[in-house]
Design a binder for this molecule. Sequence first.
Ligand SMILES: [Fe+2]
Length: 212
Amino acid sequence: MDTIEKPLGSMTANRPARLPETATARGKVAPAKLAHIVLRTSMERVKPLADWYCKVLEAEATIDTDQFVAVTYDQEHHRIAILGIPGSQPHVDGLWGLHHIAFTYAGLGDLLKTWRRLKGMGIEPGLCINHGPTTSMYFFDPDKNQIELQCDNVPESQFATYFETDEFTSNPIGVKFDPADLERRLAAGEPETKLLKRPAGAPPPISEFPVN
Ligand SMILES: [Fe+2]
């Protein structure tokens, strides 16, 4: 594999992040939504992988065959689907393509409840980081696809302003957090808005980012 020229931990922005107007607001015809993601695996891994997504996302199958299982947790007929293709090969780290898929919870309470529920099933994140705009936990599915569970730290209307803050421009990666600590403090009555604020600190070293 080629050497990574610019490790993630030292990422700097070429220009400030920004939140553009929606395509619709700019008069364009654009997709109405992001519909679903289909993951390829080997035939015998279709069921276990679909089960993992049902567990993690509290999803249920809408289409369930030996070769293709579609699951959803909302009104969409499938959000994640698993497609078995004979001869498909196991994950190899560092290939071009998908890095991770992120799911947003309604708030920190739901994110931490999910973290606690998954921990009880032996499913634990490899990295927990408050990016600034989001509080995020990164997991691997049994095929080593990376899944981010997150909640927004900033109301949508304030993202544009947040991206301009020194806090974000000086460290667009974020600062690690301990979910157990946030859970304890939330239970003790600290407001979500306070707990979602990014703590002071430096980004974790590149060696702490899960590799896939
Ligand atoms: Fe992400």
